[in-house]
Design a protein around this ligand. Structure first.
Ligand code: NIG
Ligand code: FE
Length: 420
């Protein structure tokens, strides 16, 4: 067996094992295998061996063509997976910071025509090229911080033309740089100004015009809805998601973030792959998600940035058997952060998840939340060689340090794409 790339002498190679079919839950959420003095061998795009350095050097052939990386004193993880982002949008919203600090609530800013609607105006005004350029910039920021795959939602267009433009931009951004993007259609993100007070009429447009075009052009893998008080109700969300499911899309839902509407129960009823946010999820919602294996994608960076006084009940969900993933929710309003390393800190400190649970939440369980767990999310033979080498002596160190980019190298499809 000849390697094209070999990582050796790592202080730790850390990965889940055997969880490519079903996400990790309950006591397994925090199960990782740690190879001390670890090594990984890659041939082409794929991982061909993983284990202890001494053993791998015996069974894997290296020659003058093999790229050898000495990861002495460093930690190797699967490439990080960010399963909830709104990475393609126009403009930015730093001017809303003052309103925020005056105490104007998030939904009030939206009701005044700001918030999401502000970004809608900027996204509509932007050309596809401008969206692509900004999207590439944000993806590069993700990559140097260790993210190798991310979800990318539309939802700042809210007209047929601008939603299609956004999803086409997502496709271009995906192929123009190393981070793989999984596209999600979020036409039901807010009611645009021209449909103010007529959400159902806007949803007719989403269902009758946008969805068939998005599916026909193969521009999305999932459909999502912002189910929230003052945005879309449970009934309205169900209507959109049922139509999307009929057209072959997987389902996701922004659920139970600010008002407890029962979004988690709806996600379970419809067989969604994930329900996201979940700050005010009910006990019933937790049980239904556990029963149906719906993944909780928790977004603690958003809770932090909105200065909410409580976080999603991650411990309760894990104890009830809900698979937990974590994401940045990168977007121009409620979470202008695209660094998953910061999410590691916030999840440990405020969700009280252990570092090992968090690692699985941003690798294998996140890959499941994007339907990609057969190929990515762990360092196992046969999987795509997406890995991050951190300048950290052990994986606990990633949760301990914060605010510094600890990435030393990023490997995507078997190639070093970032070298610090
Ligand atoms: O996931 N909650 C709805 N959508 C985004 C926020 C979008 C925005 O404020 O621009 C979120 O938090
Ligand atoms: Fe979001």
């Amino acid at each position: 067996m000849r390697a094209t790339l070999m990582i050796k002498n790592a202080a730790q190679v850390v990965t889940s094992r055997g969880a490519s079919e079903v996400p990790l839950t309950a006591e397994h959420q925090g199960e990782v295998t740690v190879y001390e003095d670890g090594a990984v061998a890659v041939a082409g795009d794929n991982i061909v061996a993983v284990g202890i350095t001494g053993e791998l050097l015996e069974k894997v052939e290296v020659d003058s063509q093999t790229k050898i990386i000495d990861a002495g004193g460093k930690v190797v993880l699967p490439g990080l997976v960010d399963p909830h982002t709104h990475v393609v949008f126009g403009g930015s919203r730093e001017h809303e910071l003052a309103l925020k600090l005056e105490g104007v609530p998030y939904l009030e800013i939206l009701a005044r025509g700001g918030g999401i609607l502000n970004s809608v105006e900027a996204t509509r005004a932007a050309s596809e090229e401008e969206l692509i350029k900004a999207g590439i910039k944000y993806c590069r920021q993700m990559l140097v911080q260790g993210t190798t795959t991310a979800e990318a939602k539309s939802g700042y267009g809210l007209s047929t033309e601008a939603e299609i433009k956004t999803l086409q931009a997502v496709k271009q951004v995906d192929s123009a740089q190393p981070v793989d993007l999984v596209p999600t259609f979020l036409g039901a993100h807010a009611v645009p100004g021209e449909y103010k007070g007529e959400p159902d009429r806007y949803l007719d447009l989403v269902i009758d015009e946008m969805l068939p075009l998005v599916v026909g052009k193969n521009l999305a893998r999932y459909c999502d809805v912002f189910c929230e008080e003052g945005v879309f109700s449970i009934e309205q969300s169900r209507r959109v998601l049922l139509a999307a499911r009929d057209m072959g899309l997987g389902l996701k839902l922004h659920a139970d973030e600010i008002a407890p509407l029962g979004g988690a129960e709806l996600a379970a009823e419809l067989g969604a792959v994930s329900a996201d946010h979940l700050l005010v999820i009910s006990d019933e919602g937790i049980n239904r998600m556990a029963e149906k294996g719906v993944i909780a994608v928790i977004l603690p960076g958003t809770t932090f940035y909105l200065r909410e006084d409580h976080y999603a009940p991650a411990r309760k969900m894990i104890e009830a058997g809900v698979p937990v993933a974590l994401a940045t929710d990168f977007n121009p309003g409620s979470s202008p952060n695209n660094n998953l390393q910061l999410i590691i800190n916030i999840a440990c400190l405020y969700l009280r998840m252990t570092p090992a649970e968090v690692i699985n939440a941003i690798t294998i369980n996140a890959a499941h939340a994007l339907g990609r767990a057969a190929e990515i999310g762990s360092i196992e033979v046969g999987k795509t060689a997406d890995m991050v080498i951190f300048d950290a002596p052990n994986y606990d160190y990633l949760a301990y340090r914060y605010g510094t980019n600890l990435v030393s190298r990023v490997i995507k499809n078997g190639h070093v794409v970032v070298e610090v």
